[in-house]
Write a protein that binds this ligand. Structure first.
Ligand SMILES: O=C(O)/C=C/C(=O)CC(=O)C(=O)O
Ligand SMILES: [Mg+2]
Length: 219
């Protein structure tokens, strides 16, 4: 059997672990308290969508939001990984969107229910090409941006993260063993907003990568 290539990690069926409220400015814009521990949730691998295919608005949502995020691709699995060794487990990065049905999330929050249908639906994780680790030598200081129909909506720097990438890898792996090909979404900066059918989304990491997606409705 041919060896699998990490640069197609989204085809491996691995888990997507998402960190929420990891930027104080975003926590504030949604009127959430600043967390003292990482807030975690999951997306299934069926959430991935690649450039050329549309982001689909779930039929049950009238308020789909974009969240631009730095994704960390795990290259070496582990459990209870010490912070000091965490970066040895990173193969690279990806630019990701954590598409969120905000109306559904608000309803789930008000009822104390899990966010699954708000966060884990098909096409809820648009993802860029794989970015080898060497191309982002300082992941704690890169600028992420997102435009909707050419209008800038999000611009933030990973230096604003409350919990660093090594801390997140160590924290997550205490509870959920990490495997090669897993992806960690590290949270979004402020500026999240609603998108509509036919909108064009463009996002980027500084001079490293850009990606574009169209928003569509289910037929
Ligand atoms: O608590 C909320 O109202 C919303 C939280 C999120 O959607 C968290 C994220 O996914 C994030 O901060 O990136
Ligand atoms: Mg998010």
């Amino acid at each position: 059997m041919a060896a699998r290539n990490i640069s197609h990690f989204w085809e491996w069926g691995r888990k997507i672990i998402c960190v929420g409220r990891n930027y104080a400015d975003h926590a504030k814009e949604l009127k959430n308290a600043i967390p003292t521990e990482p807030v975690l949730f999951l997306k299934p691998p069926s959430a991935y969508v690649r450039e050329g295919s549309p982001i689909l608005v779930p039929l049950y949502s009238g308020n789909l939001h974009h969240e631009v995020e730095l994704g960390v691709v795990i290259g070496k699995g582990g459990t209870a990984i010490p912070q000091a060794a965490a970066m040895e487990h990173v193969a690279g990065y990806a630019l990701c969107l954590d598409m969120t049905a905000r109306d559904v999330q608000d309803e789930c929050k008000s009822k104390g229910l899990p966010w699954t249908l708000a966060k884990a639906f098909n096409t809820s994780c648009p993802v860029s090409e794989f970015i080898p680790k060497e191309r982002i030598p300082d992941p704690a200081n890169v600028r992420l941006w997102l435009k909707v129909n050419d209008q800038l909506r999000q611009s933030g720097c990973t230096s604003q993260m409350i919990f660093s990438i090594p801390y997140l890898i160590s924290y997550i792996s205490d509870f959920i063993s990490l495997e090669e090909g897993d992806l960690i979404l590290t949270g979004t900066p402020k500026g999240v907003s609603a998108v509509q059918e036919h909108d064009e989304l463009q996002a980027g990491i500084e001079d490293v990568v850009t990606m574009s997606f169209r928003v569509d409705r289910h037929e």
